[in-house]
Design a protein. Structure first.
Lengths: 221, 221
DNA sequence: TGAAGTCTTACGGAATTCCGTAAGTTTTTT
DNA sequence: AAAAAACTTACGGAATTCCGTAAGACTTCA
């Protein structure tokens, strides 16, 4: 378990929750700040003192007040920190769930986990920490599909249905009608084509026959 | 076991073998004739006497001699007999192994078994009799595929190769070239098409995709 | 809200498959 | 050796699939 953790979060009550969670996880040294600038300075200082933080947990949005700040948001803090100290693990803990923002943080800033503040937020935070301990990134369920569309195969239930009917000998037009009858969307011939084309690319199949052959071997249908 | 059996066969030594075999099987009454005409008359007579034969075993080819005959071959005899008395069981016991002739006898004349005279001919004959007793038709191994091409799968090595390449994503034209390179015949696009069409019909597949799906499920490829 | 992105649908042309017909070859049968 | 059957190949048109473009609806983003 991490020994020294920095928490950057301006809301007192939330800070309390995080603190308790970290204590329960066995974190010995927990430092909390309410401004991003403070977080930045503490991280710098700790490194100079040769007692670096192992993990940063930060919110994204901070209420602005009379104090003028260099970093007004968690994004900016993370960008700088991760550039200077790529090895420092970082978790975003925020209500923000816009997928593109999540994507930027994970892919560009190399944040290690993204946890949405929600009813189960602290549980998710625990999972995130445990994931990072074994060098994995973690996304709470609300934003779990932020990365998938780009990289991975996002084989939906729909795709399985589609491939299944295809393997049963229906033509693309018949599948279209089949879906229309059952009010499964999308159902147009054009969409069927498009989806199959996507699947062909994903599975590196030369044609529909090859595609069905591959997914049968994979046990998908 | 059959009680009353008629054997129509013009070679003495073979007659002897059949006789012994039938005796061993427990057939009580065995009548042997050397002309098809005699066989026909005996069958007629027995029915009139209300003591009909239960089984006819006949050769196909008979040496012609001075006696003019109405039926010069077993085929003709069987055709007439089966037309008049469809219930009388009949076994052809012949050296003939041309598949088409076998097919005609079984499918058109409704002969119950076809046994090739060979080294193991009498063993096969025994099997045939036992099969007929449980109302099954029997074909000795030499001609066992006489019926299969029509009904069943006569899946050749070629077909497997073809289906395999198809499942690997090659177009029919690519398969054609693939076969040409490897001197596998037939290799023309037209032949590939024709063969696949035959396979589709055999496996009741709607299209090539369906076909590959089916043969994969069957474990053929 | 306006802009950007995604999803669904439509359309058209090229490529491929599907299917019947038929000619030329080879094998089988008589 | 001639006839019949089966096999291979070719050809042409219809149907289907493949593939790029694009418009309209909806969602997400700033």
């Amino acid at each position: 378990m991490f020994k020294k953790v920095l928490v950057s979060e301006d809301m007192d009550d939330i800070n309390k929750g995080i603190y308790n969670t970290l204590k329960e996880l066995g974190v010995q040294q927990i430092v909390q700040v309410q401004y991003c600038d403070d977080a930045y300075l503490k991280i710098k200082k700790a490194i100079l003192d040769n007692e670096p933080y192992e993990l940063l947990i930060t919110d994204l949005s901070f209420k602005s007040d009379h104090r003028a700040q260099r970093f007004t948001s968690g994004d900016m803090l993370l960008k700088s920190i991760k550039q200077e100290y790529p090895d420092l693990k970082a978790i975003v803990y925020s209500v923000e769930d816009r997928l593109q923002r999540v994507r930027t943080l994970i892919q560009d800033y190399k944040v290690n986990a993204y946890v949405c503040k929600s009813r189960r937020g602290l549980v998710e935070l625990t999972k995130a920490i445990q994931a990072i301990l074994i060098h994995k990134t973690y996304l709470s369920p609300e934003v779990n599909n932020a990365l998938k569309p780009k990289n991975n195969l996002e084989i939906e239930d729909f795709d399985i249905k589609l491939l299944k009917q295809l393997s049963l000998g229906l033509s693309q037009e018949e599948i279209s009608n089949y879906f229309k009858e059952r009010h499964i969307s999308p159902s147009s011939l054009s969409s069927i084509e498009k989806r199959l084309n996507k699947l062909r690319i994903q599975f590196k199949a030369n044609n529909a026959i090859h595609l069905v052959s591959i997914v049968k071997d994979l046990g998908l249908i």
